[in-house]
Write a protein that binds this ligand. Sequence first.
Ligand SMILES: *Cc1c(COP(=O)(O)O)cnc(C)c1O
Length: 344
Amino acid sequence: MTLEQINLSTGPVNISMEVRNALSAPTISHRSLHFRQLLDDTLSALCNMLSVRHSFVMNGSGTLANEAMLHQIKTLGTKGLILSNGEFGSRLINQAERIGISFTTHVKEWGQRFELQELETILASGQIHWVLFCHCETSTGVLNNLDGIADLCIAYHVQCFADCMSSVGTTTLNLSKITMATASSGKGLGAYPGLALVFSNTTPLSSNSTPTYLDLANYSLKNNIPFTISSNLINALHTAIMQKHTAEHTNMIHQYSYKYYDIMHQYSIVPFSDRHSKVLTIVLPEGKKPVFTNFMDEKNIVLSYESEYLMKRNWVQLAVLGYYHEKQLDYAANTLEECMKHLF
Ligand SMILES: *Cc1c(COP(=O)(O)O)cnc(C)c1O
């Protein structure tokens, strides 16, 4: 078997040789025609893939994309609702507080799902003009009901904003009913971390109180290139989108994530997931976590367990967000099965 590590972490994700080569191609000026073409191609590929009107790219990690979206929300000047059922929902709440947005919250225990009826009661009050939530709540792997929430928002004439950081690129997504959504280059799109992405179905609003770097209206005004953007990162992202976003690769990811779920579900250790989850949170009986992580480590399979919120709860995560060859995913399935027999 290959000695190379197989990355089944929540990110930075597994990156293909082609994407690595794209990153190391000579840097070109962000004012060159060649860059113009590369960026236009990348943004239109994203618009097609996600069924949105506009895509924006900024230098930064995913958190920056959320800040840019939150500044757009602030510019609306109306009161809204932020949902949270995990770490990333609560980060959105903290960011919104710092930016001085007017909102209330609807907070569930980690791992619990939002009930559409409860949300409907809140929206029916007529006090809420926008809703913001995480689609895939990466801290637990729960996939929140994007279409259900979006339909509810449409019914009540409320704008709908979503953090789609760990769902973009891992599943077929249609964001046409969403006002704005965010992603990053370093998760499901299978490229390097370092680019923040915002998708929008409306023209960004301009406001003097928005920091220049986060002002999407300024990106629009300057034809998406207001400042230096790393041509290397864009080239890598473009290559990753072209390579990873095929029916064949998506299908393979689905087949193997079902398989990993089925293997672990037998032992009741993936309480927040269903077969469609691409981020599986593994909750092991007392004392078994080090045995599990050591076993997988020794077999060169990289999982996530070092984030503060995972360590605190003794959780481990296995995610299928990157670009893979089938034999890697097959090896991981066999290893996981072996590991379960060793553990239980
Ligand atoms: C990864 C992630 C983020 C942002 O993380 P960065 O480290 O800033 O890239 C935000 N929301 C969710 C749901 C995520 O999974």
